[in-house]
Write a protein that binds this ligand. Structure first.
Ligand SMILES: NC(=O)c1ccc[n+]([C@@H]2O[C@H](COP(=O)([O-])OP(=O)(O)OC[C@H]3O[C@@H](n4cnc5c(N)ncnc54)[C@H](OP(=O)(O)O)[C@@H]3O)[C@@H](O)[C@H]2O)c1
Length: 256
């Protein structure tokens, strides 16, 4: 048996009503973490808080409705980081498409929410974790940051920046006994990819063909498969892991 030793730790999870963030929040709840869920939609947050709070572990679940594209909302979330042992950044909605498909406004907004949302919350969490000399920050990024996708310029750009950010901060944070890590998922079956598939429903569309016919294992990853690894990474069992971004894409980035 591997005891992750997460019982009683306090975790803040952004994007906690979405596919990956929700699966991570559920896993941490099952492991006994006290949770703060962050996303924009209050009814969805209430629903998930009730669901996760009813799990056998009985750990408390709080919510913060916040738009991470707005600095004033980030400041409200930052208050919850004062005592957090774990921060998971899984919020994001960067527009896909080639450069000319993406307006300047949409590109900036995607960079604000996922890029600066992650960076600003990392800064706040790290400030407190450094003072207490304990804590873990996990950023959910994306494998397009490693292998840029010309059909998704926005996500490739934000993800590349967050990989560099996570590696840079996580390489020095162990000096303060803080770990900073990332996960690069490939395609994961979440509401975000369901929307993408609908948008690419034309079988002659290269994106559709790529999405549905050439995936490792013949399928997308399940959110739970990202969550299991995330729980390990934020646990004491991964105590020597920092400054690294781990790819979970079944090797998809290497396939033509
Ligand atoms: N799914 C994939 O295949 C995949 C692959 C690689 C990387 N990723 C990355 O992993 C992250 C999560 O993806 P996902 O597939 O789980 O997405 P998802 O199912 O669409 O969930 C996104 C989450 O982020 C929240 N969110 C969106 N905009 C927000 C904002 N402005 N402020 C605060 N919260 C916001 C959403 O809730 P509200 O809308 O209520 O705010 C939701 O909880 C994203 O950064 C994505 O780029 C995903």
């Amino acid at each position: 048996m591997i005891d992750l030793q997460l019982q009683g730790l306090r975790a803040v999870v952004t994007g906690a009503t979405g596919g990956i963030g929700n699966a991570i929040a559920e896993k941490l709840a099952l492991e006994g973490c006290a949770l703060t869920l962050v996303a924009r939609d209050p009814p969805a947050l209430d629903r998930e808080a009730a669901r996760l709070g009813a799990l056998a572990s009985g750990a408390p679940v709080a919510t913060i409705a916040a738009d991470l594209g707005r600095p004033e909302d980030i400041a409200r979330v930052a208050v919850s980081l004062e005592n957090a042992d774990i921060l998971v950044n899984a919020a994001g909605a960067v527009p896909r498409g080639q450069l000319l498909d993406t307006t300047a406004e949409a590109f900036r907004w995607g960079m604000a929410v996922k890029g600066f949302g992650t960076i600003d919350l990392c800064r706040e969490a790290f400030r407190h974790m450094k003072a207490r000399r304990r804590g873990v920050i996990l950023n959910i990024i994306g494998n397009s940051g490693q292998r840029p996708n010309p059909k998704s310029v926005g996500t490739s750009t934000v993800n590349a920046a967050l990989i560099a950010f996570t590696e840079a901060v996580g390489s020095i944070s162990p000096d303060d006994n803080v770990r900073v890590l990332g996960i690069n998922p490939g395609l994961v079956a979440t509401p975000r990819t369901a929307g993408l598939l609908q948008a690419s429903a034309d079988p002659n569309d290269l994106a559709y063909t790529h999405l549905t016919r050439d995936l490792p294992f013949g399928r997308m990853a399940r959110p739970e498969e990202i969550a299991d690894f995330a729980a390990f990474l934020v646990s004491a069992r991964a105590g020597y892991c920092s400054g690294s971004v781990y790819t979970i894409d079944g090797g998809a980035r290497l396939r033509v």
